[in-house]
Ligand binder design. Structure first.
Ligand code: NUP
Length: 211
């Protein structure tokens, strides 16, 4: 039920951290910092070394054709899921879903998400219920919002919550509010002992979710 957000630049460091913590996590999430620092093939390498599923957190937000062109290459190197923004509309989101499994952003974890995204969350939930992605991103920093989203979201759609640890969100609170997966980056990879940090979070939440 823990997803490692592996936001480091260096290939060797990324592979080492992923191998160190793999016993305690369910998936690895790769974002632009690692892709820019190490190249797209890091997705394939991480998948081979850990045997875990890989989420490409690209937050795609373009016209359908460009979303499709990008997604194709990213699924080809082994990404299991791509994170897409919902605000660009159904056609752009569906362009990615036609090629592979997606995760839709319905609300973000940072304070600025309250400005433009949060007022539209109901619409994004509605779109997710229709499109049926693997999961949605909800704010690990706001358990009451996780609960709100869980109550309205189709039961088969998973909720993934970033913002745990470094952004102030609490792992167990997010899980109790309805998160299927918690996404943790700095609290693991910036720790002196990433394996121990991952183990502690794992022990904290185990028994609460089946993810
Ligand atoms: O709303 C979001 N908040 C968020 O932090 C959506 C995200 N995809 N993320 C990502 O989760 C963020 O880009 C980073 O990769 C990870 C959180 O990392 P950390 O705050 O645990 O270090």
């Amino acid at each position: 039920m823990i997803i490692l957000a592996l936001d480091v630049y260096e290939r060797d460091r990324a592979l080492k951290i992923a191998e160190d913590v793999k016993d305690y996590i369910s998936m690895v999430k790769v974002n632009w910092p690692l892709i820019i620092g190490s190249g797209l093939d890091i997705i394939r390498e991480l998948k081979e070394r850990t045997g875990l599923k890989i989420i490409a957190d690209l937050k795609l937000a373009d016209i359908p054709n460009t979303n499709r062109l990008i997604a194709k290459k990213v699924y080809e190197v082994g990404a299991d899921y791509i994170i897409v923004h919902s605000f660009v509309g159904k056609d752009s989101v569906l362009a990615v879903k036609e090629i592979g499994e997606i995760i839709m952003v319905v609300e973000m974890s940072h304070p600025g998400a309250l400005e433009f995204i949060n007022p539209l969350t109901d619409k994004f939930i509605e779109m997710a219920n229709e499109i049926k992605p693997f999961g949605v991103i909800a704010p690990g920093t706001r358990p009451e919002r996780i609960k709100y989203i869980r109550e309205r979201l189709n039961g088969e759609i998973k909720i993934l919550t970033p913002g745990i640890g470094a952004q102030g969100g609490k792992a167990l609170e997010a899980i109790k509010a309805g998160a299927d997966y918690i996404i943790v980056g700095r609290a693991i990879y910036s720790s002196e002992n990433p394996r121990e940090a991952a183990r502690r979070i794992y022990e904290e939440v185990k028994g609460w979710s089946s993810g």
